[in-house]
Design a protein around this ligand. Structure first.
Ligand code: S3P
Length: 185
């Protein structure tokens, strides 16, 4: 893809269970772009699992690690068009949102109703650190809505197949691309 900015990076954001990783992989395949998953990047960087980081160091330590990993991932992807799946809480930190406001960077919210996210996540002990308890999961969902509203694009994923969501994002991106070209003329 060509356009007003040489490198494109699309960041997928959304709550746990939104499908950031699965849709991200499908989208990267369609576009023939690279795919990165911030959670996986953190686990490789720290050489341990995310649940381990939460249980040994706590959530606030995880958030510091997450921001540092995001900065590193931005450097890693500087020269290649990439799709990057963030963690459910990454975009909630204002500092991270600011880091993502740079040319060539697009943020896409994968949205779904709470009931569907609950179905997609295995809520209960042993799962994701922040999906151990249904009440807390619901509360967190409510608290994060406002932060997620800062995404540049939004896709409703309820009841849609992964490929369909990926295709819809592809269409939105190419529309943006053509609009950008009009402006750049
Ligand atoms: C988190 C979501 C997880 C992971 C960590 C914290 C969150 O990622 O980053 O457990 O704060 O919502 P997924 O959204 O990919 O599950």
């Amino acid at each position: 893809m060509t356009g007003p900015h040489p490198t494109r990076r699309v960041f997928l954001i959304g709550f746990m269970g939104a499908g950031k990783t699965t849709v991200g992989k499908a989208l990267a395949r369609r576009l023939k772009w690279k795919f990165y998953d911030l959670d996986e990047f953190i686990e490789n960087r720290e050489r341990t699992s995310i649940p381990n980081i939460f249980s040994s160091a706590g959530e606030s330590a995880f958030r510091i690690i997450e921001s540092a990993a995001l900065m590193e991932l931005l450097k890693t992807t500087e020269l290649s068009n990439s799709i990057i799946a963030l963690g459910g809480g990454t975009f909630v930190q204002e500092k991270n949102r600011e880091i993502l406001q740079r040319p060539g960077t697009i943020t896409v919210l994968l949205d779904a109703p709470l009931e569907e996210l609950e179905r997609r996540c295995n809520i209960g002990p042993g799962g994701r650190p922040l999906a151990q308890d249904r009440e807390k999961f619901r509360e967190l969902f409510g608290k994060r809505r406002e932060a997620y509203d800062h995404a540049q694009l939004r896709i409703q994923t309820a009841g849609k197949a992964i490929e369909r969501v990926a295709k819809e994002i592809e269409v939105l991106l190419s529309r943006r691309e053509s609009a950008g070209r009009e402006v750049a003329k």
